[in-house]
Design a protein around this ligand. Structure first.
Ligand code: NAD
Length: 289
């Protein structure tokens, strides 16, 4: 299949390489010369603009920083420039309202579009083991699924346009909160004289058990390998977690839901990031408690 790929950064670079490996012809565009050069090394063809990349594409995949950039790329250079019938897949993490607006604009112009944000970081993007949460019609999902499968280990239909983004930010809102709760529990246990490994052995089979503890433990040397064992490098950056939390709070606000724990968590991650820790893994917040 001829696929245009827009945004070949940390995530998009690995994802585009996996599309090439799956036998697709990938025409890539990014504003960054370095990103384009890496994409070329991975078997993509370089395009000179978004419009040129999508000109003969059967599908367009984007992995961009935010909703404003996604919307202006689609309305400016994708819609009306891609051939009629091309499928659009936006894998960026963006706000629900903008995802729905982009899908609606695409639909009005006769294209199908899905929002397909991912769970999993740079390593999963490179390994092709991302999880995709997909919003769009059943027909659009059926067309998107085989393309996404080449880049991931799970592809789940979350409902209509925007629902992929809703699933992503609600999931990360919960993760942001239970990571801080897990950090507080480990710190308190330690100060009360419990060895962190002993607390892990007990809590991981008791009612405090959760993913932040058993798959991503914030304490080094406890549980399976996690960024804590690597000096909190190479995981999910605190600034990216803050981005997702802000999107979640914005969406909750527009839906009339109060989220006091998410607000508190965002304030704590913000203080942590402002103290020079924005690029460290978000579980490093334990070092501030
Ligand atoms: P990144 O900054 O490494 O990559 C974004 C790329 O988009 C850059 O190469 C940039 O040059 C390019 N770009 C920006 N504006 C452009 C435009 N108008 N036209 C073409 N290219 C343009 O970011 P990333 O870490 O790859 O993240 C991409 C998306 O994936 C974000 O929405 C992020 O929230 C989401 N995400 C990231 C992670 C992660 O661990 N990094 C995990 C899950 C989801």
């Amino acid at each position: 299949m001829k696929i245009a790929f827009i945004g070949l950064g940390n995530m998009g670079g690995g994802m585009a390489a996996n599309l090439v490996r799956a036998g697709h012809t990938v025409r890539a565009f990014d504003l960054s010369e370095d990103a384009l050069a890496r994409a070329e090394q991975n078997g993509c063809t370089r395009a000179t603009s978004i419009a040129a990349a999508v000109a003969d594409a059967e599908a367009v995949v984007s992995m961009l920083p935010n909703g404003q950039i996604v919307l202006s790329a689609y309305t400016g250079e994708v819609i009306g420039h891609a051939p009629r019938g091309a499928l659009f897949l936006d894998c960026s993490t963006i706000d629900v309202a903008t995802a729905r607006e982009a899908a609606e604009k695409a639909r009005e112009a006769g294209y199908e579009m899905v929002d397909a944000p991912v769970s999993g970081g740079i390593a999963a993007a490179a390994a092709g083991t991302l999880t995709f949460m997909v919003g769009g019609s059943a027909e659009a999902f059926a067309r998107a699924e085989p393309i996404l499968q080449a880049m991931g280990k799970a592809v789940i239909h979350a409902g209509d346009a925007g629902n992929g983004q809703a699933a992503k930010i609600c999931n990360n809102m919960l993760l942001a909160i239970h990571m801080i709760g897990t950090c507080e529990a480990f710190r308190t246990a330690e100060k009360l004289g419990l060895d962190p490994r002993t607390f892990y052995d007990i809590s991981s089979v008791s009612s405090g058990q959760n993913w932040s503890m058993t798959s991503y433990c914030p304490v080094p040397g406890v549980g399976p390998q996690s960024p804590a064992d690597n000096g909190y490098e190479g995981g999910f950056a605190t600034e990216l977690m803050l981005k997702d939390l802000r999107l979640a709070m914005e969406a909750a606000d527009s839906a009339g839901v109060t989220v006091p724990l998410a607000q508190r968590a965002a304030a704590l991650y913000e203080d942590f990031a402002n103290a020079g820790n924005g690029r460290r893994d978000f579980s490093a917040i334990i070092t501030s408690l």
